[in-house]
Design a protein around this ligand. Structure first.
Ligand SMILES: CC(C)(COP(=O)(O)OP(=O)(O)OC[C@H]1O[C@@H](n2cnc3c(N)ncnc32)[C@H](O)[C@@H]1OP(=O)(O)O)[C@@H](O)C(=O)NCCC(=O)NCCS
Length: 294
C-alpha cells in the first residue's frame, strides 16, 4: 500500500473505534509491527514477530501516517483452542477504544475455540472487561543457568525420527492441534531436545533466539525432574541468558531456577476467556513456546 492509500483511511483520532477497519496483517507488515512495538518500549523482536505473522493471524488498525495504530495476533490450534498476543495500541491512540476493537475482532475470529493469553498489568483491565479470567500468574525467569554437575539426560531431537512421537505427546498434553507450529519449531529453534524412557518419548523442549536471550519453550514433560533435565541440557549450550515462563503453581521448579541463577524478570497473568476449562493435561505442560502464542 502506498502513502496515498493510507491518507484516505479513517483517522483513529476522529473516527469512533467501532467503525475503524481492522485488516489482516502479513509478513510485509513486519517493519510496521516493529515500529509499534518500539512506540510501547517493547524490544525489536523481529524473529518472533515474523514467526507469529507467518504461523498465526495478525490483525491491525492503520493510522493515516502509514503506521499501525494497533495490533493483535491470534494463533489457532485447530478449532479447539487459540492464543492471543501482541496486543499493542500506539501511545498517541491509547484510551480511545482501539484495544477493545481489536480484541473483540480477535475473539470473533476465534469462534468456539477456548481463547487464552498472558496479560501484562497494562492489558489485564481491558481483558477482564471483555470476559477473560485469571487462572494463574506466570513468572518470566531470565538468567544464565548454572548446570552444575548434572548428567545429560536428554538428546537432540531428530525431526525425521522423533516428530511423530513428539506430536503425539504434545496432542495429549496441549489437547489441541499444534502440529503445524511444531513442525516449524525445528527451523525456528536453535535446538529441540527429547527425553525417553522404556515407554518411549516422555518429554521434549525447544530453545529459540529472541534478541540477546534464548527462550526455552515449549517444555512438555512427564514430571518436574524431566522438565529440569530438558531445561538444564538446553541451557548448557546457550551463549547468553535464557528465559523461561513458569507459573506460580510450580514453586519447586521456580525455586530450583532461582538456585541456578535464573530469577524473575517480570510476571504476567495467564487468562482464559469465560474461564472455560483448557483442553489436554496441563500438569505436563511446563512452559509455552512463547506467551504471545501458547
Ligand atoms: C493495553 C492496551 C492495548 C489497551 O489499549 P487501549 O486502546 O488504550 O484500550 P481501550 O481504549 O480499548 O480500552 C478498553 C477498555 O479497557 C479499559 N482499560 C484499558 N486499559 C486500562 C488500564 N490500564 N486500566 C484500567 N482500564 C483500562 C478502558 O478504560 C476501556 O474501558 P471501556 O471500554 O469500558 O471504556 C494499550 O494500553 C497498550 O498497548 N499497552 C502497552 C502494551 C501492553 O502492555 N499490551 C498488553 C499486552 S498483554
Amino acid at each position: 500500500m502506498n502513502r496515498k492509500a493510507y491518507t484516505s483511511m479513517a483517522d483513529p483520532l476522529t473516527t469512533p473505534a467501532a467503525e475503524l477497519p481492522v485488516r489482516r496483517l502479513g509478513p510485509e507488515d513486519l517493519d510496521r509491527c516493529l515500529a509499534l512495538s518500539e512506540d510501547r518500549a517493547w524490544g525489536p523482536e523481529r524473529r518472533k514477530w515474523l514467526f507469529i505473522l507467518e504461523n498465526g493471524e495478525g490483525y491491525g488498525i492503520d493510522a493515516p501516517s502509514g503506521e499501525l495504530a494497533g495490533t493483535v495476533t491470534l494463533t489457532r490450534y485447530g478449532t479447539t483452542a487459540a492464543g492471543i498476543g501482541m496486543m499493542l495500541v500506539a501511545t498517541r491512540y491509547g484510551g480511545r477504544g482501539l484495544g477493545r476493537r481489536l480484541m473483540t475482532h480477535a475473539l470473533e475470529a476465534a469462534g468456539d475455540a477456548v481463547v487464552f493469553l498472558w496479560a501484562t498489568e497494562s492489558g489485564r483491565p481491558l481483558y477482564e472487561k471483555l470476559g477473560f479470567e485469571t487462572l494463574c500468574v506466570a513468572e518470566a525467569r531470565v538468567g544464565r543457568l548454572r548446570a552444575g554437575g548434572d548428567p545429560v539426560r536428554s538428546r537432540p531431537a531428530d525431526p525425521g525420527r522423533d516428530l511423530p512421537a513428539l506430536l503425539a505427546l504434545d496432542a495429549e498434553v496441549f489437547g489441541a492441534d499444534r502440529s503445524a507450529l511444531l513442525a516449524r519449531l525445528f527451523d525456528f529453534a536453535e535446538q529441540v531436545r527429547v527425553v525417553e524412557d522404556d515407554s518411549g518419548l516422555i518429554g521434549y523442549a525447544g530453545m529459540w533466539r529472541n534478541l540477546n536471550t534464548l527462550v526455552i519453550g515449549p517444555v512438555v514433560a512427564g514430571g518436574e525432574e524431566v522438565a529440569r533435565a530438558l531445561i538444564t541440557d538446553l541451557a548448557r549450550t546457550a551463549d547468553g541468558p535464557v528465559r523461561v515462563e513458569v507459573d506460580r503453581t510450580r514453586p519447586g521448579l521456580l525455586g530450583w531456577l532461582g538456585d541456578r541463577g535464573v530469577s524473575q524478570a517480570f510476571w504476567t497473568s495467564f487468562m482464559v476467556h469465560g474461564g472455560r476449562p483448557l483442553p489436554g493435561d496441563r500438569t505436563r505442560l511446563f512452559a509455552p513456546l512463547t506467551v504471545a502464542m501458547g
